[in-house]
Ligand binder design. Structure first.
Ligand code: HEM
Length: 656
């Protein structure tokens, strides 16, 4: 029995002697302001304690010698130093033996009667009577032979020692040195960790690996969509550019993606032939086999056909229809109203204009249903491609099926009319495309022509509606700019007879109005960014972009960059007085390169025609000065931009 007891005691001694020589450290955080020997440790600060300070102190242990007995013999001597950290923190027990720490965080291996030591050593708060009572309670045990004061294993702390001043001056200084050393060491460690992290990021950037792909499928899509929704996307890009540099990876809308920032990146994305025009998976699925998905020769032919349909000379022909639609729309929706919601009205107007151009005459009754379905479709374009009921994506798919059905019927009718010689190529988009096919310009099926019509309709109305909406918003706040625009438009009107529609010449004179529109496009670009996909592994300034990855540029990154536009948040149309002075590829509301928006002239013309009639006929005030806007995915004022209308002059150009 005795032998067994000795064995156990010996192994405990050896273990604890080993603990003495092991180095480590411990920290505690103050849950409230604490005072220790005149030092205030503020709430939330850490106190730091290292066992080696006492364990390796030659005054208490012989540091170089492994001595199992020392753990027991010196146990009370080093207690005083250790108490500084442990006693200062309520809830933690004091221990001289620091290798395992003490208090609530102590390894669960009872060696001391720890709670008692905590009570005894509780700074100046130890009551001598309590300590005496405790000693009395322990005495009988010692007398029964369970404890022997000479036996170091049974020795209890000397009450004299416990009641002595907590810290002797020298030791006090030692502890200050320890704390200072700890603070210096930890800040040095933190800054070296930061340096290592920066170095890692730099190396990652050099290898083109910076950034993070995030969770599978979702990646950063939700985060970006949220930023777009709260109109904080510019900050979203800036935060990441600051962290990862101007080129970094992430995962957007189901694909690994490299974001690139700056005019050079815009140029690269818009012009590199190994990057093909891509849209998100949702866009590709919903919009079908269109110009957006074609490649090679077929793309060239279709692009040139669409460009031909939207080119300047064609737009001059559409002007009459535009003028008519604008006046009819104003008569129906603006005249006689005290307040209107500008955003939905602008959308409806641009939808009506593009419909009258694409379909020609005769789809009046189904326009309403089409308008609703196109709205649902547009909402789904940036959704996650998860086809389960009630998701935006699913609703968008169903809307696109309904639209396709209607357009297919119209296309078949036009095909039949063309075969019977009842129509000409300029009548509408379907006839125009069918004529080109018969001439061998492309080989699109009726189904493909329908898909391309859907793309033009989708691309053509929401974007211009954003421009008109935000023009109205800016002009409401800036009477000077509105005054100059009105002057320009009145001057044009003076040259015309009453009710005479605007001509191409008139639109060409609207130079100042267009500068204001350009400044609107700079500050609120309707399309937030462009996507492309790498058809093979490519390099960009040392960054590796693997085959199949997307690349993405966001227009606001350069539009709001003070390096290219001084005081970028200021609305200042004079920036466009000399457009050639702008560095290339920093102002890209219509994109750039071979896939630049083919509808830019169309958009310009319908915007200017609309502004001509609105500024001459009305003055307006914002109903809600503080109204913000979100990007969903195109920018839209959260309340739809309600405005109070005042009729300005007799509508001498009213619809006949
Ligand atoms: C203010 C109005 C508009 C803006 C800001 C705008 C902007 C853009 C942008 C940024 C692109 C894509 C560029 C890229 O990723 O490289 C684009 C493409 C396109 N836009 Fe526009 N757009 C506008 C109006 C229109 C209109 C009115 C139409 C048609 C009537 C139209 C038809 C198209 C088409 C078909 C494409 C695809 C071109 C291709 O695939 O090659 N856009 N637009």
């Amino acid at each position: 029995m005795d032998a067994e007891h000795d064995e156990i005691a010996k192994s405990k001694q050896e273990r604890d002697a080993h603990g003495r020589t092991c180095r480590g450290a411990s920290r505690r955080r103050a849950p409230e302001d604490i005072e220790v020997d005149g030092y205030v440790i503020p709430k939330g600060w850490q106190s730091f304690w290292s066992p080696c300070v006492t364990h390796m102190d030659p005054a208490k242990f012989l540091p170089s010698r492994f001595d199992a007995q020392a753990a027991f013999i010196n146990i009370d001597m080093n207690m005083e130093n250790a108490r500084m950290t442990y006693t200062s923190l309520p809830g933690d027990a004091l221990g001289a033996w620091g290798a395992r720490g003490y208090g609530y965080r102590t390894c669960d291996f009872p060696f001391y009667p720890r709670p008692r030591r905590w009570e005894e050593a509780d700074g100046g708060g130890v009551e001598p009577e309590a300590a005496a009572r405790e000693r009395e309670r322990e005495a009988p045990r010692r007398e029964r032979g369970n404890g022997n004061d000479d036996d170091p294993r049974r020795r209890q702390p000397d009450p004299q020692q416990l009641e002595a001043p907590v810290l002797a001056t020298e030791e006090h200084k030692d502890n200050i040195v320890v704390v200072v050393a700890a603070v210096v060491t930890s800040s040095a460690l933190a800054s070296s960790a930061r340096r290592r992290e920066r170095g890692k990021r730099r190396r990652e950037r050099e290898r083109g690996e910076s950034g993070s792909l995030g969770f599978p499928l979702i990646g950063q899509s939700i985060s970006l969509l949220r930023a777009l929704h709260s109109n904080t996307d510019y900050q979203w890009y800036q935060d990441r550019i600051k962290k990862y540099g101007p080129v970094f990876k992430m995962s957007l809308f189901g694909s690994p993606t490299v974001l690139m920032a700056g005019p050079a990146a815009n140029h690269f994305v818009f012009s590199n032939q190994d990057l093909i025009f891509t849209q998100t998976k949702a866009i590709n699925t919903i919009l079908g086999r269109s110009i957006l998905t074609l490649s090679g020769e077929e793309l060239k032919r279709v692009r040139s056909a669409l460009q031909g349909y939207l080119r300047l000379e064609m737009v001059t022909k559409y002007m009459r229809k535009m003028d008519e639609e604008v006046r009819m729309h104003i008569d129906l929706n603006w005249v006689g109203h005290k307040t209107v919601k500008a955003a939905p009205l602008a959308k409806r107007l641009t939808f009506d204009i593009i419909c009258s151009v694409i379909f020609g005459q005769g789809i009046g009754p189904i326009r309403e249903a089409l308008a609703t379905d196109f709205e649902t479709l547009v909402q789904a374009l940036l959704s996650l491609p998860v086809n389960i009921p009630f998701t935006k994506f699913n609703k968008g798919l169903r809307a696109s099926r309904r639209i396709r059905k209607v357009l297919r019927e119209i296309a078949r009718e036009r095909e039949a009319a063309l075969q019977q010689g009842h129509s000409s190529s300029a009548d509408d988009f379907f006839t125009y495309m069918l004529v080109l096919r018969s001439e061998g310009t492309h080989s699109l099926t009726v189904e493909d022509i329908v898909d391309n019509a859907i793309v033009i309709l989708t691309a053509g109305y929401g974007t211009t509606a954003v421009l008109i909406t935000f023009l109205l918003r800016y002009l409401a706040n800036d009477p000077d700019i509105l005054g100059k625009i009105t002057e320009e438009q009145e001057e044009i009107a003076r040259r015309k007879g009453p009710n005479e529609p605007l001509t191409w010449n008139d639109v060409s004179r609207m130079k100042y109005t267009w500068k204001v529109a350009l400044e609107t496009l700079r500050t609120v670009p309707p399309i937030f960014g462009s996507f492309r996909t790498a058809v093979k592994d490519i390099e960009y300034h040392g960054y590796h972009i693997p085959k199949g990855w997307q690349v993405f540029t966001a227009q606001s990154i350069t539009h709001l960059d003070g390096n290219f536009f001084s005081d970028p948040v200021k609305f200042d149309p004079t920036r466009f007085d000399n457009q050639t002075s702008l560095p290339p590829y920093c102002f890209v509301p219509f994109g750039g390169g071979p896939r630049m928006c083919p509808g830019n002239e169309f958009a310009r013309t319908e915007t200017l025609v609309t502004m001509h009639y609105l500024v001459r006929q009305f003055r307006w005030k914002l109903c809600c000065e503080e109204e913000g806007y979100r990007k969903d995915p195109v920018p839209i004022p959260v309340l739809g931009l309600p405005i109070e209308l005042e009729t300005r002059s007799p509508p001498e150009y009213a619809h006949a």
